[in-house]
Design a protein around this ligand. Structure first.
Ligand code: HEC
Length: 156
């Protein structure tokens, strides 16, 4: 219960920090928000990916990413060709950045499943299976070089 209240209080302060910021959040602010997310708000910390990091599974993740995530994250997970990526608040992060890579596999799955309210990151639960989400996690761990997959067709 206390844990739950702490969680809500933190989420509320995150909302104030992230949702209402009109200016770009500063580096320390971003680091602070990420630290709070890693340690308190984002669950699933201990869940391990049941899938092997095989070429096949990573490729499967890449394919799903190209359908469901590409409009905001680019094909490469690094926002290549996404015109609004740094104009939304909070901006769409490069998924190979340290802030994102520091999440555990289980936390990445948790984030993909539930999305992040109130930012633009949508929830995939109900749309994608557990296995597909784990494949996405593998892809996020093995992203290609920035720009190597070109820009999403939708923006051309
Ligand atoms: C409509 C745009 C949009 C779509 C579609 C989208 N995302 Fe995101 N994503 C975002 C935004 C915006 C953020 C930054 C959220 C934040 O920091 O609050 C984000 C953040 C993330 C993060 C990092 C979380 C963090 O704390 O920074 C991961 C991982 C992620 N997205 C994965 C995915 C995957 C995988 C998909 C496809 C299933 C996807 N996203 C689809 C907009 C989107």
């Amino acid at each position: 219960m206390i844990q739950q209240i702490k969680r809500y209080a933190l989420v509320a302060s995150l909302l104030i920090l992230s949702g209402c910021a009109v200016r770009e959040p500063g580096a320390w602010e971003t680091a602070l928000v990420y630290q709070a997310k890693r340690n308190i708000t984002v669950g699933g910390t201990k869940d391990a990916n049941p899938l092997a990091a095989s070429e096949e599974n990573i490729h499967a993740g890449q394919k799903i990413f190209g359908q469901y995530c590409m409009v905001c994250h680019g094909l490469d997970g690094q926002n290549t060709g996404v015109p609004f990526a740094d104009r939304v608040s909070p901006p769409v992060p490069a998924l190979n950045s340290q802030n994102v890579q520091r999440y555990t596999d289980g936390q990445l799955k948790w984030i993909i499943e539930r999305g992040i309210f109130p930012s633009g990151m949508p929830a995939s639960r109900g749309m994608l299976s557990d296995e597909e989400i784990w494949e996405l996690v593998l892809y996020v761990r093995h992203l290609p070089t920035k720009g190597s997959l070109g820009e999403p067709q939708v923006y051309k």
